[in-house]
Design a protein around this ligand. Structure first.
Ligand SMILES: Nc1ncnc2c1ncn2[C@@H]1O[C@H](COP(=O)(O)OP(=O)(O)OP(=O)(O)O)[C@@H](O)[C@H]1O
Ligand SMILES: [Mg+2]
Length: 180
């Protein structure tokens, strides 16, 4: 059993975040808090409020919990207390967490700072650039230049990996599926 990870996926609208997350969670039991119903009927769509969703997650115990559109309930100024508490506790429940939002400046600082991995698609904003530069030197410039649908992975040591990553060294796939 691999250690529970917190993975944050960032990128502007239409960059490919949801497409990538769907690929990464395939084959593992998962629940998705999905306010925009992007995941289809086979998923646990977010027709509940976040508190009810988290109660269900604690009971049903999926291996991966995805939080889509996180800026709506993990926003910089008014994050859900229940969601922040869950993010502090999920590792004790052996659950990986994937948090999806467009811009790092939109979410509570803990969401970004405590991430084990960041997956970042093109992000041209100056404020986002400054925040990313603080995480890994050069990251802000790298993500400004990324072509459509391409991304970088920032690992636990804040080393930046360019996509596509060979499956055998893909740190995210290894973390989630227990391969390395
Ligand atoms: N690697 C890819 N190659 C080609 N097309 C892609 C790729 N990834 C995503 N797309 C296409 O881009 C469009 C947007 O993808 P997706 O819904 O995953 O973006 P998103 O980042 O989740 O957007 P939003 O912020 O609006 O939720 C979709 O039509 C999808 O099929
Ligand atoms: Mg999406």
């Amino acid at each position: 059993m691999t250690k529970p990870m917190r993975i944050v996926v960032l990128g502007l609208q239409g960059s490919g975040k949801t497409t990538l997350v769907k690929r990464l969670i395939k084959g593992n039991p998962h629940s998705v808090y999905d306010p925009l119903h992007e995941y289809g009927s086979q998923y646990n769509v977010g027709s509940f409020n976040i508190e009810t969703f988290l109660t269900n997650v604690r009971i049903s115990g999926p291996r991966i919990v995805v939080f889509e559109e996180a800026s709506r309930y993990l926003g910089k100024h008014s994050p859900s207390r229940a969601a922040l508490t869950y993010l502090d506790e999920h590792r004790h429940m052996d659950q990986h967490v994937m948090i999806v939002c467009r811009r790092p400046t939109q979410v509570h600082p803990d969401v970004i700072e405590l991430a084990n991995y960041l997956i970042v698609f093109n992000l041209p904003g100056a404020n986002d650039k400054a925040l990313l530069e603080a995480m890994a030197c050069g990251l802000g410039d790298i993500v400004r230049e990324l072509p459509e649908h391409e991304f970088v992975v920032v690992d636990e040591h804040r080393k930046v990996h360019l996509s596509p990553l060979p499956a055998r060294v893909d740190p995210i796939r290894g973390a989630i599926h227990g391969k390395s």
